[in-house]
Design a protein around this ligand. Structure first.
Ligand SMILES: *Cc1c(COP(=O)(O)O)cnc(C)c1O
Length: 388
C-alpha cells in the first residue's frame, strides 16, 4: 500500500458516496443520482421510434420547465453548454444584428468571444465581477445606441456565483424593443425562469448543471417566431440551430449521431426534478446547501467574495486565507483524499476558490464536507482562514 492510500484509510471522515466516487462540489459535471447513472445502461438506435419518442418527450419537458409551450421551442444540441450558446448566438443574432453584451465574469466574456468568431457586432457593458449590471446604465446605452438589436445576459455568472437581475434587464430590453438572449446554464432547473414572466427570445442551458443530468447534451429554448426567421444565419453546419430545429420538427430525428446515453440520463433527471417539486423544490435544497456551506465556512474564518445579497445558491467563491500555511494544491488534495472535489477560482482579481452547492448533494454531504475542511485546515496548520 502506498503512503497516500494508507493515509486515506486512517481518515476520520471518509466520504460515503454510494459508488465510491468523490462528491463533486463543482459547477458541472456534478454528482448525479444512482437513478440517472442507471438510466444509461441501455443502447438505443438513433433512428428507432423508441428513441425519437424519447427526444420528443425531453424537448417537451425542458420547454415545460420554463412554461414555454405554445410560444417557444426546445432545440437540443450535441455537446457541452458552450455549443448551445454558440448555436443560439449564431442562429438568433442575424448577421447584421448588434448585440449589447452585459459582462461580469468569464462566461459573459465568452459570449463576446463567440461573437468575434461569428463576426457579429458586440457592444460590451462590463461591471466588476462582484457587481451586477446597473439597469440605469443599460437604459442609457439602449437609449443612446438605437441600432442595438439584442441584449445578452448570464443569469448566474458561474465565475463568481453572482445572481444577475434577469427580470429587470428583460423588462428593460422589452421596453426598448430589444430581444434578450440568456445564458441560463447554471440556473436552468433551479432558479425561477418562466418565459411568461421574463420576456426572452433565447435561453441556452445544458443537461449537466441544475438539471443533474450528465454532460454531452445542451439545448436552446427559443421563441418560435425567432427560429422561423433564423434560416441562413448560422456560420456552421453542426451548430445550425435552424436546421437542427427543422429536422427535429420534421421526422423527429437528429441530423448527426445523438448522445443517446446522455438523453436517457436527462429523461430520468427530469423525472427526478419533477419528484423534487420542480425548480422550486430543487432551489430549496440548493439554498439549504448554500446556507450550510456559507455559515460553516464563515465559522472557520473563511470569507465569501460576494455580498450575501448577490449570492446565488449555485456556487460560492471564497477568498483564500492569508495565512502562509495555506496553499490551494495542498488544500485541494486534502479534500480530494477525503472524497470531495472543489474548484479553483476563475476571477481576474483576488485569489479565490469555489465550492458548488448543486448536484445530488444534501445537508449530510455539506456537513461531511465542512468536517473535511476542518480536518484539512488542522492538518495544514492553518491558524487563520481570513484573507488579508
Ligand atoms: C457551465 C457554463 C457554461 C458552459 O460551459 P461548458 O463547459 O461548455 O458546459 C456557460 N455559461 C455558464 C454561465 C456556465 O456556468
Amino acid at each position: 500500500m502506498n503512503k497516500k492510500a494508507a493515509m486515506s484509510r486512517s481518515r476520520k471522515s471518509p466520504a460515503a458516496s454510494p459508488t465510491g466516487d468523490p462528491f463533486l462540489l463543482t459547477p458541472g459535471p456534478l454528482t448525479t443520482s444512482p437513478g440517472v447513472k442507471q438510466a444509461m445502461l441501455h443502447d438505443r438506435g438513433s433512428r428507432d421510434e423508441q428513441f425519437t419518442a424519447l427526444t420528443r418527450r425531453i424537448r417537451e419537458r425542458l420547454l415545460a420547465v420554463v412554461d414555454g409551450a405554445g410560444t417557444h421551442d426546445c432545440v437540443p444540441i450535441q455537446g457541452s453548454g458552450t455549443y448551445a450558446l454558440e448555436a443560439m448566438l449564431a442562429g438568433l443574432l442575424p448577421r447584421n444584428g448588434r448585440l449589447l453584451n452585459l459582462v461580469n465574469g468569464a462566461y459573459g466574456r465568452r459570449v463576446t468571444r463567440i461573437c468575434e468568431y461569428l463576426g457579429r457586432t458586440v457592444v460590451v457593458y462590463e461591471t466588476a465581477e462582484d457587481s451586477p449590471p446597473d439597469p440605469h446604465a443599460v437604459e442609457r446605452i439602449l437609449a443612446a445606441d438605437t441600432s442595438i438589436t439584442h441584449v445578452s445576459l448570464v443569469y448566474c455568472e458561474t465565475t463568481s456565483g453572482i445572481l444577475n437581475p434577469v427580470q429587470a434587464i428583460a423588462d428593460l430590453a422589452a421596453r426598448h424593443g430589444k430581444a434578450l438572449l440568456l445564458d441560463a446554464m447554471s440556473a436552468f432547473g433551479a432558479l425561477p425562469l418562466s418565459v411568461r414572466e421574463i420576456a426572452v427570445e433565447g435561453i441556452a442551458a445544458s443537461a449537466n448543471k441544475c438539471l443533474e443530468g450528465v454532460p454531452g447534451v445542451s439545448f436552446c429554448i427559443a421563441r418560435r417566431t425567432a427560429l422561423e426567421r433564423s434560416a441562413g444565419n448560422a456560420h456552421s453546419l453542426s451548430l445550425d440551430l435552424y436546421e437542427q430545429w427543422r429536422a427535429l420538427e420534421g421526422n423527429g430525428q437528429w441530423r448527426f449521431t445523438p448522445p443517446t446515453h446522455c438523453l436517457l440520463a436527462l429523461d430520468q433527471a427530469l423525472t427526478e426534478l419533477e419528484q423534487e417539486g420542480g425548480a422550486a423544490g430543487r432551489l430549496r435544497r440548493y439554498a439549504e446547501n448554500c446556507r450550510l456551506l456559507v455559515s460553516g465556512m464563515r465559522a472557520l474564518g473563511f470569507r465569501t467574495f460576494l455580498k450575501d445579497q448577490w449570492q446565488a445558491p449555485i456556487i460560492v467563491t471564497f477568498h483564500v486565507p492569508a495565512d502562509p500555511a495555506f496553499a490551494f494544491p495542498a488544500f485541494y488534495e486534502g479534500l480530494r483524499v477525503r472524497g470531495y472535489l472543489i474548484y479553483p477560482g476563475k476571477l481576474t482579481g483576488p485569489d479565490t476558490f469555489r465550492i458548488g452547492c448543486i448536484g445530488r448533494l444534501g445537508s449530510s454531504e455539506m456537513e461531511g464536507f465542512l468536517e473535511a475542511v476542518r480536518e484539512v485546515v488542522a492538518e495544514l496548520g492553518i491558524r487563520n482562514c481570513a484573507p488579508d
